[in-house]
Design a protein around this ligand. Structure first.
Ligand code: CA
Length: 224
């Protein structure tokens, strides 16, 4: 992987410029967009490694941008949300965002999130080839493809990582905290509801409510 690039979609100039400044210092290539439309254009044109997406944009909301980006890309998306807007976080994660950070935030925390997302993408691109199969589900880490009974299932980057981790640990009860640490990274500061939202999305997309069992008071387990 070459030098990682970050697309910052944020109309508030002071936030965009201070985020860019911190990320540039880390050696990333930065693209900035001040509207959702411009952001989507740059995402298609530059194929950034990560997108930082503000929810409040002048032309359309960040959710819409997220939804549209997800139509043809599994680029990691980190949303910027208002403090305590917890529904925003859940909606954003359901639309395929990988992570969120609440305003006002410490730029060092944002840098840590970006690094964490990139580390996981890079770790996966170096993972051994060959699909893993559990029951009717088959997951190919090299192609980053999942099939259910031979039918392709479109997952976001984080849903894919979560399913991969569950499949590699099938039959084991995994706590929400453990899943957060292993799938989202040790420096993830979000709450464990993030895990629940992603598990629900996986169940819906796989069309199998029983593959991932809920272990009451603990977390989840992949049957098998
Ligand atoms: Ca904004």
């Amino acid at each position: 992987m070459g030098i990682a690039s970050v697309l910052v979609i944020e109309d508030e100039e002071n936030i965009a410029s201070f985020v860019s400044m911190y990320l540039k210092k880390e050696g990333y290539i930065i693209y900035t967009a001040s509207t959702g439309g411009e952001g989507m254009m740059l995402a298609a044109e530059k194929a950034p490694s990560v997108v930082i997406l503000d929810l409040m944009l002048p032309d359309m909301d960040g959710f819409e941008v997220c939804r549209r980006l997800r139509r043809d890309s599994d680029v990691p998306i980190i949303m910027l949300t208002a403090r305590d807007a917890s529904t925003d976080k859940v909606v954003g994660l359901e639309l395929g965002a990988d992570d969120y950070i609440t305003k006002p935030f410490d730029p060092r925390e944002l840098v840590a999130r970006v690094k964490s997302v990139l580390r996981r993408v890079q770790a996966h691109s170096q993972a051994p080839a060959g699909p893993v199969t559990v029951g009717d589900v088959s997951l190919d880490t090299e192609r980053r493809e999942v099939t259910m009974s031979g039918r392709p299932v479109k997952l976001t980057a984080k849903e894919f990582d979560l399913l991969n981790y569950l499949m590699l640990n099938k039959g084991l009860a995994l706590s929400r905290q453990q899943l957060l640490e292993r799938v989202w990274g040790y420096d993830f500061l979000g709450d464990t509801r993030t895990v629940d939202v992603h598990v629900n999305q996986l169940r819906k997309k796989l069309g199998d409510g029983e593959l991932i069992e809920t272990i009451w008071g603990v977390g989840y387990k992949l049957a098998g």
